[in-house]
Design a protein around this ligand. Structure first.
Ligand code: HEC
Ligand code: HEC
Ligand code: HEC
Ligand code: HEC
Ligand code: HEC
Ligand code: HEC
Ligand code: HEC
Ligand code: HEC
Length: 319
């Protein structure tokens, strides 16, 4: 014990920089949340000590909007500062101020209740983005909440779908976000197993040698998709959170910015979804029929795809 203190004092003598107050908040380290080390910890009136015009000289992306929206925003990025300050998100992330970050149109959202349809609240945003650094760059480990996996280990994520699977599984759901499937094979809880062992868009690799083969580049065989390539978290008019506009998902599609629409017909005609990435190299059967959004290249256009293509189905190549 004594020895430890002695060693520390010696260190301070040699490296005086160690004695300087540690800075917690830094964009470089992707850390914006205040801790107890903050001089003003436990105080909720930030304006008592900080001047709006002076702060954020090194954070040009957010400087303007924070100035415009004022002190109500502080908790959103810097945390509750040990008070009961509400952490607000929608004050900036709304269709007037930041309409495309993220796109939030549509009646269905990931509101943590399959039977409900309501707009997202600040609390929903926080559940998935506990400590985003808001630098305009998507970083898995900074921008998504780190939930423990099956082994109780919290990140780093190797792939975005791992984030979804920390909740969507049968055996290690997160407290406060429990869910029960309609049955054992409901993707809500079965997707972890399906994704790792059965699904073509998950760990199992496609052959690229099938009758209707062909992908729009840079999508390629042998790769793993993000769940959000097909499912839109922040708002869509399609059931099961399937995207309704290419700008919300299909992240690699070269022409996603054109806002290609996706409509689902009947119970399971997903042709406008699949055709975003799939286009037969050698068109056979319906291969040249417009699915209705201007794109073609899939078979069975107009049919119920789920008869043969759903999560967790091994027969008929599945999904
Ligand atoms: C009693 C005065 C006081 C209050 C109230 C206060 N702060 Fe501070 N804050 C300070 C001082 C002093 C520093 C350190 C000097 C500096 O960086 O300006 C600081 C630093 C910070 C930093 C940088 C921390 C770091 O690790 O570099 C942030 C961010 C911050 N404050 C945000 C807030 C927010 C948000 C609130 C309101 C919830 C708040 N402060 C309320 C005094 C205060
Ligand atoms: C949209 C996110 C965001 C919001 C909202 C926000 N900040 Fe910050 N703040 C940052 C970032 C990013 C940095 C770090 C910049 C860096 O790395 O130097 C920062 C740094 C700071 C610092 C440290 C020194 C400096 O001036 O850069 C203070 C103090 C601070 N913020 C206070 C506040 C206060 C007070 C509010 C509410 C009016 C607020 N912040 C709202 C993102 C935000
Ligand atoms: C913190 C836990 C949690 C995380 C993380 C999470 N979900 Fe969910 N998800 C839920 C809960 C809870 C429900 C609602 C379950 C219910 O109604 O029984 C749900 C519902 C869904 C639904 C059905 C929604 C509907 O309206 O039909 C889909 C699809 C979905 N999640 C996909 C995802 C995807 C994709 C990700 C990752 C990007 C993800 N979820 C991340 C907890 C989570
Ligand atoms: C179920 C988890 C979940 C919820 C709830 C959620 N997000 Fe996200 N968010 C994600 C995932 C996963 C991504 C990365 C994929 C994507 O861009 O859709 C993301 C991406 C983003 C991005 C960056 C990409 C872009 O489109 O600019 C922003 C900004 C964002 N979310 C803000 C929010 C806000 C604000 C809320 C609340 C209104 C919210 N999110 C609610 C999971 C979620
Ligand atoms: C003062 C306005 C403001 C507030 C409040 C705010 N954000 Fe942001 N946020 C931004 C801006 C600006 C960006 C950067 C957009 C860009 O440049 O693409 C951003 C980016 C993001 C991103 C994308 C990832 C990244 O690193 O850029 C996520 C996720 C996000 N915010 C979530 C949230 C959540 C969750 C809250 C509430 C806890 C919140 N934001 C509160 C302004 C805000
Ligand atoms: C976001 C792009 C994207 C969308 C949307 C998409 N796919 Fe795929 N699909 C891929 C990629 C990439 C692969 C290759 C995956 C691999 O090899 O592991 C693939 C592989 C497949 C395979 C396996 C092919 C083989 O060679 O074994 C089938 C079957 C398939 N997709 C069906 C569908 C169906 C049905 C839909 C619509 C419900 C759909 N896909 C939507 C990108 C997509
Ligand atoms: C290639 C596109 C694609 C990808 C990638 C994808 N899904 Fe799906 N997902 C679908 C389609 C299409 C359906 C509807 C199929 C059906 O009705 O049987 C669906 C259904 C679901 C459902 C059931 C929703 C409900 O309300 O019944 C959940 C939950 C779900 N997916 C979660 C996920 C998760 C988690 C991931 C990533 C691990 C993922 N999905 C990846 C296309 C995809
Ligand atoms: C009767 C069952 C059945 C139905 C219904 C069905 N498919 Fe398929 N699909 C298959 C089979 C089987 C294959 C694999 C063919 C092979 O192995 O050569 C396949 C392959 C595919 C592929 C993979 C192409 C590749 O990359 O190899 C896509 C995309 C696809 N189907 C889309 C759809 C769409 C979109 C629908 C609904 C509009 C649909 N399918 C309906 C049985 C079906």
């Amino acid at each position: 014990m004594k020895r430890g203190i002695l060693l520390f004092s010696l260190l301070l003598l040699c490296f005086p920089a160690l004695a300087v107050k540690t800075v917690d908040v830094s964009l470089k380290r992707g850390q914006l949340l205040l801790t107890k080390r903050h001089e003003g910890w436990g105080k909720s009136r930030c304006q008592a000590c900080h001047v709006l015009n002076m702060i954020h000289q090194d954070a040009p992306r957010i400087r303007g909007i924070v100035r415009k929206k004022g002190f109500k925003t502080c908790g959103g990025c810097h945390g509750d500062n040990g008070t009961d300050t509400r952490r607000r998100c929608l004050i900036c992330h709304n269709d007037r101020d930041l309409p495309a970050a993220p796109w939030q149109t549509g009646i269905h959202t990931h509101d943590f209740d399959r039977l409900e349809d309501r707009p997202l609240t600040d609390g929903d945003c926080l559940a998935c983005h506990h400590a985003s650094d808001m630098d305009g760059e998507w970083e898995l480990d900074v921008d998504l909440t780190r939930f423990p996996d099956a082994a109780g280990f919290s990140g780093p994520y190797r792939h975005e779908s791992e984030f979804c699977l920390t909740c969507h599984n049968r055996t290690h759901q997160q407290p406060g976000f429990e869910m029960r499937g309609r049955d054992y094979r409901d993707p809500l809880i079965a997707i972890e197993d399906a994704w790792r062992h059965i699904d073509m868009h998950g760990r199992r690799a496609g052959s690229g040698r099938r009758t209707y083969a062909g992908l729009r580049e840079p999508y390629r065989y042998g790769s793993v998709l993000r769940c959000t390539d097909c499912h839109a978290m922040h708002g869509t008019d399609n059931p099961k959170l399937i995207l309704d506009d290419s700008r919300k998902s299909v992240f690699l599609l070269p022409f996603r910015d054109q806002g290609i629409g996706v409509e689902i017909f009947g119970i399971g005609d997903y042709s406008q979804l699949c055709v975003l990435c799939h286009q037969m190299t050698v068109p056979v059967e319906d291969g040249l029929i417009d699915t209705g959004n201007g794109l073609y290249g899939v078979h069975e256009v107009g049919a119920d795809c789920t008869l043969c293509h759903t999560h967790g189905r091994a027969a008929q190549v599945g999904l």
